[in-house]
Ligand binder design. Structure first.
Ligand code: NAD
Ligand code: GLY
Length: 357
């Protein structure tokens, strides 16, 4: 097992990564203060893994609550159902919620925990690669509204993150690759050595080699934990984690949230951001090609589809940033490992770079 800490002054917590952690009741118990516990999962993950967690809960008053699977259920209505399950448990202020699943269950569970009695403890047990390296760490919780994704939420840090890498063996290949996009992001934005390492271990990662996978999750979490510890509320450098995301969100919207998984849209977005950086003279074009080549090896898309017109992408990027000015703030880079927040990017230059590649 590999462990690290998110070093927030009053809300520090451990992240444990390794094989078979679902059966390590002592790790869970160390983070549970009271006697009441709600295990939140969904209809896909619960049949695979919930019983293993439940076997560790002897002596506690616990209930399981299962959501239907899918982003469509990350809603206020689902949160209401979680509140009803907490009420049925008689959950008091020292109750705990365990979120077992991908980012949808984690975001919703964290949100419900943040609201119940103005905040109860929660534990993230991520079962997708994306959730292990991104959504379970850092305390962003939210639900969606018809008006947009993640519009209602709270910063609410978990008490523990328990990432059992064995659970990834059942993850569909497309979901796994989407998680790899976020792993690549950490190398791209701040760690050229990590990107080299990912290139050298690409085959092992694709084969889901347990040792290599645990190392990739650990290094990714270490990057995120360090950034979150310095900038929990995203007043500055946490925004670097959005590399490729402004493009990605525009593409997700164009694809009605069904054409691409989030990580796939981010993969295209990172390459587009790297190409724009080259077009603006900030970074070598060869670095953009290198990034695209690695993402493509992981089976991820890396080019703007012909039916997504440059001007239409730019308009959606402006909406995503809710910008009132003519210019955009984007995360660009000076090359592998050197991302920057860039203010005042001209939409015309964005459109021109999109049209040329
Ligand atoms: P997801 O939670 O929908 O999981 C993807 C699919 O894999 C689902 O069908 C799920 O049931 C299934 N699944 C999960 N674990 C499995 C396993 N071990 N074996 C088999 N199937 C499994 O999607 P996701 O990509 O994990 O998360 C996406 C969500 O995360 C979005 O709502 C996004 O907004 C959010 N997110 C949040 C943050 C954050 O900082 N809070 C960061 C990134 C993304
Ligand atoms: N997923 C970006 C963040 O947590 O800030």
């Amino acid at each position: 097992m590999k462990s690290l800490k998110v070093a927030l002054a009053e809300r520090a917590y451990d992240i444990h990564i390794g094989r078979g952690l679902l059966d390590r009741g002592e790790l869970l118990r160390a983070a549970i203060r009271g006697r009441q516990l709600l295990l939140l999962s969904n209809s896909t993950v619960a049949p695979l893994y919930a019983a293993r967690i439940e076997a560790q809960l002897a002596g506690l008053a616990w209930r399981r609550f299962e959501l239907p699977d899918g982003e469509a259920h990350k809603t206020l209505e689902s949160a209401g159902k979680v509140f009803e399950a907490l009420a049925a448990l008689g959950a008091q202020r020292n109750a705990c919620l365990i979120a077992l699943g991908g980012g949808v269950v984690g975001d919703l569970g964290g949100f419900a925990a943040a609201c119940w009695m103005r905040g109860i403890d929660f534990i993230q047990v991520p079962t997708t690669l994306l959730a292990m390296v991104d959504s379970s760490v850092g305390g962003k919780t939210a639900v969606n509204l018809p008006a947009g994704k993640n519009l209602v939420g709270a910063f609410w840090q978990p008490k523990l993150v328990l990432a059992d890498t064995d659970t990834l063996s059942t993850l569909p290949p497309r979901e796994y690759a989407a998680g790899l996009a976020e792993v690549v992001k950490y190398g791209a934005i701040g760690d050229a050595d990590f990107l080299d390492w990912l290139e050298r271990h690409a085959e092992a990662l694709l084969a889901r080699d347990p040792e290599v996978l645990a190392e990739a999750v650990h290094r990714s979490c270490a990057h995120k934990a360090a950034i979150v510890a310095r900038d929990e509320r995203e007043t500055g450098e946490r925004a670097l984690l959005n590399f490729g995301h402004t493009y990605g969100h525009a593409l997700e919207t164009m694809g009605a949230y069904t054409r691409w998984l989030h990580g796939e849209a981010v993969a295209i977005g990172m390459v587009l951001a790297a190409r724009l950086s080259a077009a603006l003279g900030m970074a070598p074009a060869a670095d953009a090609q290198r990034l695209a080549a690695l993402l493509a090896r992981f089976g991820l898309p890396t080019t703007r589809p012909a039916d997504c017109a440059p001007q239409a992408i730019v308009e959606l990027m402006r909406l995503d940033k809710k910008t009132l000015s003519d210019r955009l703030r984007l995360i660009l880079w000076r090359g592998v490992g050197r991302a920057e927040i860039v203010d005042g990017v001209d939409p015309g230059e964005i459109a021109a770079a999109l049209a040329s590649g």
